[in-house]
Design a protein around this ligand. Structure first.
Ligand SMILES: Cc1cc2nc3c(=O)[nH]c(=O)nc-3n(C[C@H](O)[C@H](O)[C@H](O)COP(=O)(O)OP(=O)(O)OC[C@H]3O[C@@H](n4cnc5c(N)ncnc54)[C@H](O)[C@@H]3O)c2cc1C
Length: 449
């Protein structure tokens, strides 16, 4: 029987391991996880009659996630976002303004000035760029104009990557946009021509009755005793035809031997373990994972003047009276997340935009959040519920030059037969993208056995 080790039990590792157990081949899978729980950054905490997400709040349908939901019988647990969630607010001049979703809205919105609207309408007439690896800010400034960069693109990347558009690479972080320009000469025409999607995959945002953690939870149930917790990988090396993995335990170092490995450790963790290779891994060590705080606050509904009729609000960096990245209206987004008559608001702080703020004490961060929410949403009084999660290293930043990271991973795989990589640093940071990279790695293992 072939023995495959999967390093890390986040969504990419769990998906890889599950896919291997589905194979017709005789594969014995063992998942090695440093923490005492699975799921990595996917964590749903039930506290004081509330359901709070420490990591991802919403999932977007993808062909792989739909297959997993079917296979794992998760459909009865799935909950779709409230219809109101299609409305998103962006803060402009200290007020949340709803992002236009129709031509009529666009013409009348005060989110963008008339100059910015005219600039945007000219997008189809702007020639293609020729930079090979442009920052997202440069790409957006060139195609959409500075105001749309400031009041749409920058807050959006704050929401997805907790990132800074001046640093992120358009090509590596938002390849679909770059391809639209390449293939259609215009984002506007490209989006119009490629709209529709495939009929098989539903649209909308979803979670599960018990939160996003239900997905890794169902994979864990399917994997049974194939996962070892409190098992921190400290070294991997090739010995003759097999891979030896060293792991740290209270009782000391242990070793295990595998025919193939799928490594899904975040790059900062991979960089601190001993990997026996001639490949120069310096580019992997340089990838930033800025800190993020997730602060969930509960208020009496009557204390919040804003109607909270949307997904949430994003705060552009140019709105410099405020320090938060954005807030999800969690009790609007999904039913049963907070007691009736109360509001649950989940706010993100830090990221690449403000790593220094994210290094301050939890109390200071909470004060910043309460201050900004009071001003932006018209809140009176203090929250009656507080829940705070700190991710010292949250999301990998696909900055300009990220091609060197992808090349290094490819070189490691080419150099070392039986060593495969998956994770949110490879083909996208969403849960769906991370799961897909796990499934792809499992397929590569099966193809090479
Ligand atoms: C705050 C936040 C909000 C997000 N919101 C969304 C969202 O709304 N929607 C969305 O689609 N995505 C969201 N994401 C992104 C998405 O959740 C992640 O990119 C994805 O879940 C990462 O999965 P992964 O398996 O690649 O990595 P991880 O979840 O980081 O898993 C890696 C695993 O490796 C383990 N590990 C580390 N070192 C070792 C070691 N030495 N030995 C053994 N194990 C080790 C870790 O403990 C961990 O379990 C969010 C992320 C964060 C942080």
């Amino acid at each position: 029987m072939t023995r495959v080790g999967v390093l890390g039990a986040g969504i990419s590792g769990l998906t890889a391991a599950y896919r291997l157990t589905q194979s017709d081949m005789a594969i014995n899978v063992q998942v090695l996880e440093a923490a005492d729980r699975p799921g990595g950054v996917i964590r749903s905490d039930a506290v004081d009659d509330r359901l709070v997400e420490a990591g991802p709040n919403t999932l977007r349908p993808s062909p792989l996630l739909e297959t997993l939901i079917d296979d794992l019988n998760l459909e009865p647990e799935r909950v779709w976002a409230n219809d109101d969630a299609s409305r998103r607010y962006i803060v402009r001049d200290g007020t949340p303004v709803s992002l236009p979703i129709s031509v009529g809205d666009f013409l009348t919105t005060n989110l963008f000035s008339t100059t910015a609207k005219l600039r945007l309408l000219g997008e189809p007439f702007i020639g293609r760029g020729d930079a090979d690896d442009e920052s997202l800010a440069a790409f957006a400034r060139r195609r959409l104009g500075p105001e749309v960069l400031n009041y749409a693109v920058a807050p959006f990347v704050g929401g997805v990557f907790a990132g800074d558009p001046e640093q992120l690479s358009a090509r590596h972080a938002f390849d679909k946009l770059v391809q639209l320009e390449k293939e259609h000469g215009s984002l506007f025409w490209g989006a119009l021509r490629s709209s529709g999607g495939d009929d098989e995959t539903p649209s909308g945002l979803y979670s599960f009755r018990d939160g996003a953690e239900a997905l890794p939870g169902a994979l864990v149930d399917a994997l049974g005793d194939r996962i070892a917790y409190d098992t921190s990988v400290s070294a991997i090396r090739r010995e003759e035809t097999r891979w030896t993995v060293e792991t740290e335990h209270d009782t000391g170092t242990q070793t295990g031997a595998f025919d193939a490995l799928i490594c899904t450790l975040p790059l900062h963790a991979l960089s601190s373990i001993d990997v026996d290779t001639g490949v120069d891994c310096a580019p992997l060590r340089d990838v930033e994972y800025p800190p993020v705080h997730v602060v969930a606050l509960g208020y009496e509904r009557s204390a919040v003047a804003h109607p909270l009729d949307g997904f949430g609000m994003l705060v552009p960096p140019v709105e410099d009276d405020f320090d938060i990245l954005g807030t999800l209206f969690s009790s609007t987004l999904f039913a049963n997340r907070a007691p009736d008559g109360t509001a649950l608001l989940t706010t993100f702080v830090g990221g690449a935009r403000d790593p220094a703020l994210a290094r301050r004490e939890a109390d200071a961060i909470q004060s910043v959040v309460e201050r900004d929410l009071a001003a932006l949403l018209g809140i009176s009084g203090s929250p009656s519920f507080r829940h705070h999660v700190h991710w010292p290293r949250a999301i990998p930043q696909y900055t300009t030059g990220y091609g060197a990271v992808k090349d290094t991973i490819d070189a490691l795989e080419a150099e070392h037969s039986g060593l495969h990589f998956a994770g949110n640093y490879r083909q996208g940071v969403s849960v769906g993208d991370a799961a897909a990279s796990g499934a792809d790695a499992a397929a590569r293992v099966q193809n090479t056995l």
